[in-house]
Design a protein. Structure first.
Length: 133
């Protein structure tokens, strides 16, 4: 099983409806203006247990995508109607993040879905060796 699938499973537990109340107090760790990285912020989440290799892999993602995910989490924890966040991963050629945000209604519960797309962690991008060129 890819490391990202392991990571999103752990994140789904940490950002579930049951866990959201406890996360609101630490929401500033996800603030984009505080200077924390996504990995720094994730390391503060009580009950989120991921290996250093997973954190290192996430830290290697494009920074704009890391900040996107960080901002989604921060905004959700700050707003009055926080909803659970579901994380999913699919393999692909390049890195991408797709976000779906559905607020609660009178008829149905809402939620945020964050879909990550990336290569397998041990499958380097073909341009990685040319990064310094």
């Amino acid at each position: 099983m890819p490391a990202m699938q392991t990571a999103v499973s752990a994140m789904n537990s940490a950002f579930s409806a049951e866990s959201l109340r406890g996360l609101r107090d630490g929401s500033e760790a996800f603030s984009p203006v505080e200077g924390n990285t996504l990995v720094d912020a994730l390391r503060t989440v009580r009950g989120l247990e991921m290996s250093d290799s997973i954190y290192d892999y996430v830290a290697g993602w494009p920074t704009a995508l890391q900040r996107c995910v960080q901002a989604v989490i921060w905004e959700n924890l700050r707003r009055d109607a926080s909803v659970p966040i579901t994380f999913a991963w699919t393999p692909g050629y390049d890195y991408s993040v797709t976000v779906y945000d559905v607020l609660d209604t009178d008829e149905t519960a809402g939620g945020i879905t964050v879909l990550f797309t990336s290569r397998y962690p041990r499958d380097p991008h073909p341009l990685a060796s040319k990064a310094g060129a």
